[in-house]
Write a protein that binds this ligand. Structure first.
Ligand SMILES: Nc1ncnc2c1ncn2[C@@H]1O[C@H](COP(=O)(O)OP(=O)(O)OP(=O)(O)O)[C@@H](O)[C@H]1O
Ligand SMILES: [Mg+2]
Length: 358
């Protein structure tokens, strides 16, 4: 199913307090079968948008369209109930019925839909098998681990073959190892089922590994919608640049100047010359450079000088925190033998410098 979000707005009116415009003007399109991720900082409205898709909230403006049919809009009369939308949601807290067995939890939506017993049994067993929980089918949720409970919740979501699967931070209660393993399985499962999936997370690694495309949300607007690699390599603005990628991108306010035909950035002491046909001299930019795109230099040509304040060993690589020109740079390198307080020289990979207009 194709999901279109057109100029969606959501304003919460809170009694006695100012109303809040959580979603100001959201425009997105999720293609049929796509794994689509909504990513953004806490409080940016991800769950609100997902709830609107599910029908748990109504938008205050705009339109929500499933396969060319309006299912919700600012006009309440146009809103179709969650049941009729036939989408399934999986929550962070699993939301299983504690008094029901795993089997009955999975069967629940089918019983509501009054499916016949033999068919229910077939579908429940099939879903349980897909999620590898057949052994636990007679257990109660309290007898399961967090990871197993989440599988039950997912099995329950897929059992009635929904037109879309909606996930709200489904893995964030799992430990790091289990989260990674479940993430990989979830991606595989979604591919097999081919069901349009909207997945909410504030974890960029999860977003980047799962999403065919990722929408970055902040301040009620979509900041960028793109593939993981494009978000990383071509961030549309300073927020996306700083939000995506680990270690975080270095971001500084700079002024680009020109000396004859050469462009340069004047830092407090050092000057860095670079080539870039898309920036103009005399303009102030926010400059971004990823820690991995700064090279520790062993010569003196076109360098900045600094001193290592601290460092962190990250597997084979090391992340250096370097003070230079009254600023702090982080540099990610696989070179070895650094010490704190050591003087070093470094330069930027010119082709990897991002310039954001201010
Ligand atoms: N029913 C409500 N009434 C008033 N304000 C609300 C309501 N629901 C959400 N909000 C506000 O809307 C904003 C967005 O909330 P939402 O839960 O969508 O954020 P989120 O991006 O999912 O955050 P998180 O990552 O922490 O889950 C928050 O500031 C929240 O306080
Ligand atoms: Mg949320």
């Amino acid at each position: 199913m194709k999901i279109e979000i057109k100029n969606i707005q959501k304003e919460f009116k809170t009694i006695g307090r100012r109303s809040v415009n959580v979603l100001r003007d959201i425009n997105l399109e999720m293609k049929d079968g796509e794994f689509f991720v909504l990513l953004g900082p806490s409080g940016c409205g991800k769950s609100t948008l997902l709830n609107i898709i599910a029908g748990l909230e109504n938008p205050t403006g705009g339109k929500l369209v499933f396969d060319n049919k309006v299912v919700a809009s600012g006009n309440k009369n146009e809103c179709i109930s969650p049941k009729e939308r036939n989408v399934a949601m999986v929550f962070q807290t699993y939301a299983l019925y504690p008094h029901l067995s795993v089997y009955e939890n999975i069967a629940f939506p089918l019983r509501i839909a009054k499916m016949d017993k033999a068919e229910i049994d077939k579908q429940v067993r099939k879903s349980a098998e897909i999620l590898h929980i057949t052994n636990h089918i007679d257990s109660k949720p309290s007898e399961l681990s967090g990871g197993e409970r989440q599988r039950v919740a997912i099995a329950r979501a897929i059992v009635r073959k929904p037109r879309a699967l909606l996930f709200d931070e489904p893995l964030s209660n799992l430990d790091a190892q289990l989260r990674t393993a479940t993430r990989i399985e979830l991606k595989k499962l979604q591919r097999e089922l081919g069901i349009t999936t909207v997945y909410v997370t504030h974890d960029q690694v999860e977003a980047m590994t799962l999403g065919d495309r990722v929408a970055v949300l902040k301040d009620g607007f979509v900041q960028q919608v793109d593939s993981a690699i494009n978000l990383y390599e071509k961030p549309a603005n300073k927020f996306v640049a700083g939000f995506i990628g680990f270690p975080n991108m270095n971001l500084f306010d700079v002024e680009v100047l020109r000396e004859q035909e050469k462009l340069y950035i004047q830092f407090e002491k050092d000057r860095f010359y670079f080539d870039n046909s898309s920036v103009k001299a005399g303009v102030k930019y926010c400059m971004g450079i990823r820690p991995a795109d700064i090279e520790v230099a062993s010569d003196n040509e076109n360098i900045l000088k600094g001193k290592i304040d601290t460092m962190e060993l990250l597997g084979k690589e090391v992340l250096l925190y370097v003070s230079s020109n009254n600023m702090e740079f982080s540099i990610f390198t696989h070179k070895k033998g650094f010490k704190e307080n050591q003087e070093i020289s470094f330069r930027f990979d010119q082709s990897k410098i991002h310039f954001f207009e201010k």
